[in-house]
Design a protein around this ligand. Structure first.
Ligand code: FEO
Ligand code: CA
Ligand code: CA
Length: 621
């Protein structure tokens, strides 16, 4: 379908006023949110304008232990935690060992991409592909027979092996169902214990990355807490290391540096308790090991011999995902969020430019470039502040002694230059045919409470329980511009239990309401898909919002419709479309009861589902 979102009047208004913002702040406009969010600009256009992007009938909220979809839609489970993804892989059982887990799909599915394979004539094969899927963390209570109470050495290794990235071929059978091709030549696991990672870019080989086991500072073991993802126009996969801090620990009384504290490293971590068994996670003995995590990692899913490249130029923080687009002149521009209360939104611009058809060259684009952090001014303008040594006060006198230090401790640099502390930046998504960029700000109980997180235009509610989505457009439609205009696309809330700001913006109503937007992606037609990771109690201020869900939005008019509701206890995260848009893969992370197959093996298992239409049509239309 021809996408004409970029031709609409509303979009042009946003573009033309990207910096001056004269017409964008519409007090009392049809969306109506600016009344209660005094001084904050919200979506300029009206939800009363018809949407042509979607016509499916939205579904009601649900608290059922199942996946609910609109009429005419169906799903299959493609793969669940513990399913073998290689030919010799072990069958799932709670008693599986670490060696078994290395042959199986990891736990807690998250970001994902599908890369169609080419047939012999060079054409993309619509019925075959290779998937790359993140496994973010583990559920100890389901992973072991003892529920995590008495960890053996092998149990710890099994937990480590359940993290990382799963790469496996998929193909469509005669019934039109996608299946894992267990004998695929490209199938492999990049797990937490894999010796498959190479540090690249400015920080490679720097003293801050050197450890006793790796004096080169370049050869990393493993990847952890692989949250959201990105994909490049040269068909590589970006996996994003988020809460790496939780895996490290130290004996009581270990003193931690200001840099370690800024990244949430602590004696106990998230109680994984790996460090007594796996020495490298002991912060007291191996303080630099933690500096080797918190990066964006580029994986070539099409080359089974390739190493995974950690891209230090993109900075170290708790990476949610990586939204990559090309500037008009071919620079790779990557927008990124750091998911923590009061952290920042970042932009990377590559030094080199994209060359169509030259994959080897393009695979060097993320090695070197410039990093920026975002400042959202209350008047709806914004600026990207460069995080380069010697600029914006990032000098020795102020504690920043090199570009390498700035990249390893990007949070300190962003804070120093006055970037805007945000309400937990999760996923960023770039519109496919216009320069609009969207970012979920999931929630923030500290807003208006902690001194460094005052209420401001882009984060307009104290104790923000429901979250919101910010939208920006670069000046002159140019992603290289240091200035942008922004507004709030949606302010989530509950109009049935709350009044004022917590009721949400006018594109939220009793039928489509949600809390804690997190996963975010565009399909090729420009529909915006929003996934939630929020309060699913269905009680109190969240009454009527049910289980976590996935919604579809028109990015210009602001219409939002509920498309999917997940089973109990789960978070919906990660998505990928087949090229023909007739299959949508979605991640159901940490379901807590009987879905999808607990009756067989006694534990709920995170799973990727494949959604299609009974009439074979395009998803979401
Ligand atoms: Fe892994 Fe911020 O979600
Ligand atoms: Ca997330
Ligand atoms: Ca989240």
């Amino acid at each position: 379908m021809e996408n004409d979102a970029h031709k609409s009047v509303a979009f042009d208004a946003l573009l033309n006023n990207a910096v001056s913002r004269r017409n964008l702040i519409k007090t009392g406009g049809a969306i109506g949110a600016s009344g209660f969010l005094a001084g904050t600009s919200t979506l300029a256009n009206a939800v009363s304008q018809a949407t042509t992007l979607m016509s499916f009938k939205q579904i009601p909220m649900s608290t059922a232990d199942t996946v609910s979809l609109p009429e005419g839609y169906r799903y299959d489970v493609l793969v669940a935690w513990g399913d073998p993804i290689v030919k010799s892989g072990a069958k799932f059982a709670v008693t599986n060992t670490a060696a078994d887990q290395k042959t199986q799909f990891g736990d807690n599915t998250d970001g994902m991409s599908l890369f169609h394979l080419r047939s012999d004539d060079g054409k993309l094969d619509e019925n075959r592909g290779v998937m790359a899927v993140n496994s973010e963390y583990i559920n100890k209570e389901f992973m072991h027979v003892h529920k995590g109470e008495n960890l053996t050495t092998d149990d710890v290794k099994k937990e480590i092996a359940a993290h990382g990235v799963n790469v496996f071929e998929v193909s469509k059978n005669k019934k039109g169902q996608w299946k894992v091709a267990k004998n695929g030549k490209l199938n492999r696991r990049f797990h937490g214990d894999a010796d498959e990672f190479v540090m690249t870019g400015p920080v490679a080989g720097h003293a801050l990355l050197k450890t006793a086991a790796d004096p080169s500072g370049r050869r990393i073991i493993g990847t952890f807490n692989n949250c959201g993802n990105g994909r490049t126009p040269w068909d590589t996969y970006l996996t994003c290391e988020e809460n790496f801090n939780g895996y490290f620990g130290a004996p009581k009384g270990t003193s931690l540096s200001k840099e370690q504290k800024a990244y949430g490293l602590s004696e106990t971590g998230f109680d994984y308790n790996w460090w007594p068994t796996e020495e490298r996670f002991n912060l007291a003995e191996h303080p630099n090991e933690a500096n080797r995590f918190g990066w964006i990692v580029e994986i070539d899913p099409l080359n089974p011999e390739s190493k995974a490249m950690k891209r230090s130029a993109l900075g170290r923080f708790k990476h949610e995902n990586a939204a990559l687009t090309l500037s008009a002149d071919g620079h790779a521009v990557v927008y990124m969020g750091d998911d923590e209360r009061g952290e920042f939104v970042y932009k990377f611009v590559s030094d080199k430019t994209y060359i169509e058809g030259n994959r080897a060259h393009n695979m060097t684009l993320l090695e070197n470039g410039t990093l920026y952090a975002a400042k959202f001014n209350d008047n709806g303008s914004g600026e990207w502040v460069e995080l380069s040594y010697g600029k914006n006060g990032l000098t020795e006198a102020n504690g920043f002694d090199s570009q390498e230090y700035i990249l390893v401790y990007a949070r300190l640099a962003a804070r120093f230059v006055g970037a805007t502390t945000m309400d937990r930046p999760e996923w960023v998504a770039c519109h496919p045919s216009s320069p609009m960029v969207f970012c979920t700000l999931t929630n923030n109980k500290n807003r208006g409470v902690k001194d460094d997180q005052p209420v401001n235009g882009a984060n307009p509610r104290a104790k923000n329980d429901f979250g919101h989505i910010v939208r920006w457009v670069p000046e002159n439609r140019d992603h290289l511009s240091s200035r942008f205009g922004w507004d709030l696309f949606v302010v989530a809330g509950n109009p049935t239990t709350q009044t004022g700001a917590m009721a949400g913006s006018d594109n939220v109503n009793a039928d489509n309401m949600f809390n804690s937007p997190d996963g975010l992606a565009f399909d090729a037609d420009g529909r915006l898909w929003i996934q939630t990771d929020g309060d699913y109690s269905n009680e109190g201020k969240f009454a009527g919002q049910g289980n976590n869900q996935m919604l579809c939005a028109d990015p210009v008019t602001g219409h939002i419709r509920r498309f999917l509701v997940g089973p109990r206890g789960c978070e919906i995260t990660g998505s990928a479309f087949a090229n023909d848009q007739r299959t949508l893969f979605v991640g159901i992370q940490h379901p807590s009861e009987t879905w999808p197959n607990a009756h067989k093996d006694g534990v709920p298992r995170s799973a990727v589902i494949a959604i299609s239409r009974e009439d074979g049509g395009v998803i979401g239309t």
